[in-house]
Design a protein around this ligand. Structure first.
Ligand code: PAF
Length: 283
């Protein structure tokens, strides 16, 4: 595996691979790898001749009061894990390589970003994500790019970006990987101390409980959401949001009469966690 820091060198490596007719897969990440990231890398390895993993803690997607400075960073460990998964290139640029002096462009995906994490964290978050993802697609020009379904809203934003800008890349959403007790894997789980770690399992249990109600025929969004809230409340968790929304456009939903996304965000101890469940209308 090569660790590459410059855009020019990644472009050259991708050009070489293309000359050999190798399909190119990209896994965009901010590092601090866990099994969720490794699942993305495995999917990319399975489908492609060249696998590029980007590792860049993107400053523009963090709000002023968010965790940019303490976001977990361990490139040496990440490199070992990526190499073990058969990754070909770890692209780990410095911020000045991605945002040189004079950088002045922001991509804003409207609509989808007004709700859930967009409403909670502010427009800046998804502007930062859309801009860096568009840059990575411009640099690597992948055939396929892999994203975790845990960030369901991010997946929808990226799909919209790809359609609207006619980018020639297929987006693969890979199912959320969970700890044995159901907690969705996240780089931010390292912020959870013992008690908070235990309480954090309530997010998945809340989603499971709501999903079970939906599977049993409940269609009223308020009732489905209330079932989840009750589980959170029992663990002393007040969500930032817990909402059932249309799984494709994130519009509000009164009834589960089409596929829905039940999405939750909550502060638990020192961590801000998100999770979600797709709820099918036709169970
Ligand atoms: O999901 C993430 O880790 C980031 O939002 C991404 C897609 C790598 C962009 O910085």
């Amino acid at each position: 595996m090569r660790i590459i820091r410059t855009i020019a060198e990644v472009r050259e490596a991708v050009r070489d691979a293309r000359r050999q007719d190798r399909r190119v897969g990209l896994v965009p990440t901010m590092g601090a790898f866990h099994e969720g990231h490794l699942a993305l890398m495995r999917a990319a390895r399975r489908d492609n001749g060249l696998v590029v993993v980007s590792l860049f803690v993107n400053p523009t997607q963090f709000g002023p009061n968010e965790d940019l400075s303490r976001y977990p960073r361990d490139e040496a460990r990440d490199a070992v894990l990526a190499e073990r998964e058969g990754v070909d290139i770890l692209f780990a640029p410095e911020p000045s390589e991605m945002y040189p002096d004079g950088f002045a462009t922001t991509i804003h995906v409207s609509g989808l970003t007004d709700v859930l994490d967009g409403a909670q964290r502010g427009a800046r978050h998804f502007d930062g994500v859309a801009t860096i993802v568009a840059k990575l697609f411009g640099i690597v020009a992948p055939d396929v790019a892999y994203f975790g379904q845990k960030d369901a809203q991010q997946v929808l934003v990226v799909r919209r970006l790809v359609r609207d800008l006619d980018l020639d890349v297929r987006i693969e959403a890979v199912p959320t990987v969970r700890e044995a007790d159901g907690l969705a894997m996240s780089s931010r789980n390292v912020y959870l101390d013992g008690a908070a770690r235990q309480r954090a399992t309530a997010l998945n249990r809340a989603l499971e409980t709501a999903a079970a109600r939906a599977a049993a025929g409940e269609r009223d969004a308020v009732v489905i959401e209330a079932a989840a809230r009750e589980v959170l409340a029992a663990s002393g968790i007040r969500p930032e949001y817990l909402e059932l929304r249309d799984a494709h456009d994130l519009q509000a939903m009164d009834r589960l009469d089409r596929d829905g996304l039940l999405a939750v965000a909550a502060r638990v101890g020192d961590a801000r966690l998100i999770d979600n469940r797709l709820l099918k209308a036709n169970h």
